[in-house]
Write a protein that binds this ligand. Structure first.
Ligand code: ADP
Length: 246
């Protein structure tokens, strides 16, 4: 049987001109787990995700994804190995349709040279349809992506990652700017995604965090401040101190 741990971050450190944005951090993420990383601004949350996806190079420590050491790998290799990352601002192609955006993201959906002549094999079409249903956009497949609501654009980008079949999906503030209904649908989507993947989320919206997190990791000044179930973390005196500033 494979290990329940999908991602093992150990003693991870990164310094920028001597300033440690992430400082000796360890974190273990299980398969099918939704983990939310919280903490005040500047705590190192974004830097942690940047380190995992290879955008930033670690100064020390290790990041094991299954049996792969990610700190030695390039960003595109990490994507190929099954780590998807969504940034806060959606990077969708507004002039293309929802279906085309998904097709473009399918690993073999582009013809050689990465040109915009889409391959529409039955297998690709089936996958596009499945993903569109999952992200609530199956009735909007022929709609121009630029016409979608803010929330729908976020879902489309999640779909563009899902179609690449990642085992770990990392999301940076996925519900920022969403309506209440969109937030609830996003929570349902993430719960569904975690049936067969792990999800690592940065989020500030505490109601949403309570809704989705199996476990919460609290960062402060690049270090682990607390970790556990949301109801326990909320009562942690050090966490209260950091958030309320006394
Ligand atoms: P968070 O996402 O928790 O708000 P960040 O990870 O963005 O925090 O930033 C943590 C700290 O690291 C901040 O003080 C930020 O200014 C610093 N930092 C992040 N990236 C860089 C960089 N490339 N160069 C210098 N400092 C950086």
């Amino acid at each position: 049987m494979s290990s329940p741990i999908l991602l093992a971050v150990e003693d991870l450190t990164v310094s920028f001109d001597g300033f440690k944005a992430v400082d000796g951090l360890s974190l273990y993420l299980e398969r099918n787990e939704v983990r939310v990383v919280i903490g005040p601004n500047g705590a190192g949350k974004t830097t942690l995700l940047d380190l995992i996806c290879g955008k930033t190079r670690a100064t020390g420590g290790s990041i094991k994804f299954k049996d792969l050491e990610l700190t030695k790998m390039a960003e595109h290799q990490i994507v190929h190995k099954g780590v998807g990352r969504k940034f806060q601002t959606p990077s969708i192609y507004e002039n293309l349709t929802v279906a085309q955006n998904l097709e473009l993201s399918y690993p073999e959906g582009r013809t050689v040279m990465g040109s915009l002549f889409f391959r529409r094999t039955p297998a690709i079409q089936k996958r596009v349809q499945e993903i569109a249903e999952e992200i609530y956009l199956d009735e909007d497949l022929d709609k121009s992506a630029g016409l979608l609501s803010h929330g729908q654009k976020q879902w489309l980008e999640i779909g563009m990652l899902l179609i690449q079949d990642p085992e770990l999906l990392m999301l940076d503030e996925p519900v920022a700017g969403m309506s209440v209904v969109e937030r609830e649908r996003t929570a349902a989507l993430l719960r569904k995604i975690s049936n067969n993947r792990s999800v690592l989320v940065i989020e500030h919206d505490m109601d949403f965090v309570k809704d989705i997190a199996h476990k919460v990791t609290v960062l402060h000044q690049g270090k682990l401040l607390a970790e556990g179930k949301m109801e326990d973390v909320q009562k942690n005196e050090r966490v209260i101190e950091v958030y309320l500033g006394h």
